[in-house]
Write a protein that binds this ligand. Structure first.
Ligand SMILES: [Zn+2]
Length: 246
């Protein structure tokens, strides 16, 4: 697969700053925008992905916007596109590039009345084979240890030549001895849209994945696999994208 991403250090928010998007399209470099980033620190003192001070989009969304802006010349904007659990910042980014969206989530509708709730990515049987051209899941696989099952379903619902794009939080992917490790079953505990179980936890696995295993599973599911990083310069995090051509 061909790859598209900014060549050099690109500063600013790819979600809300048109000058930044223009620079991405043209492959240019912009100076740092002072005060654009609201730093947030994790418990261990490291920086998290933070918020854009203007539009409040998070790093994952800025990386997605960078990818889509860069890929825009290749995108068939009216092609059927499946998106998973897109929050209120991601939705406008998708809508900027795609007109034929199907939005699914397991919990919550993220303010989107057309979102189909209760859909588990491991079982997309409500959709026929080869139904979609694109499938995006940003920071969703993070909570599903059965990634191979998700990749297999993604491959099934995509038409040949279609593309799947997965992005996980950087901390969740590394070169680990185990393909997947579950650190707790209480992920997303601060999110209001997630129901609590009888024991007070969310029951949602908090996963860490071995990078090579994810790539092997995507290939096993039938994808022509690519893996690249998009650096979000407001947070200085590198977001890894796992992409597959069906
Ligand atoms: Zn912004």
């Amino acid at each position: 697969m061909r790859r598209y991403w900014p060549k050099e250090d690109l500063m600013g928010c790819a979600v809300c700053d048109e000058a930044v998007r223009a620079a991405i399209r043209e492959g240019n470099v912009l100076p740092m925008t002072d005060g654009a980033f609201l730093p947030q620190r994790a418990k261990d003192g490291s920086y998290t992905e933070g918020l854009c001070s203007v539009c409040r989009a998070r790093g994952r969304t800025r990386a997605l916007a960078t990818l889509l802006t860069r890929s825009a010349p290749l995108i068939a904007s009216d092609a059927p596109t499946l998106i998973a659990s897109a929050d209120e910042h991601q939705l406008p980014v998708y809508r900027r590039h795609f007109t034929n969206l199907t939005h699914i989530s397991l919990y919550g509708n993220f303010g989107d009345p057309s979102c189909i709730m209760g859909v588990d990515l491991r079982d997309l049987s409500r959709f026929p084979d080869g139904h979609f051209t694109y499938f995006f899941a940003v920071c969703v696989l993070d909570y599903i240890p059965e990634a191979l099952q998700v990749f297999s379903e993604a491959h099934r619902v995509l038409k040949r030549g279609g593309a799947a794009i997965f992005n996980l939080m950087p901390v969740r992917v590394g070169d680990f001895a185990q393909p997947v490790t579950i650190r707790s079953h209480n992920a997303l505990k601060h999110e209001a849209y997630v129901p609590a179980m009888a024991d007070g936890t969310t029951g949602i696995p908090d996963c860490r994945f071995d990078r090579r295993s994810l790539l092997n599973w995507m290939a096993e599911a039938g994808f022509d696999v690519d893996h690249f990083f998009i650096k979000d310069h407001l947070s200085e995090l590198r977001f890894g994208f796992f992409t597959g051509r069906a």
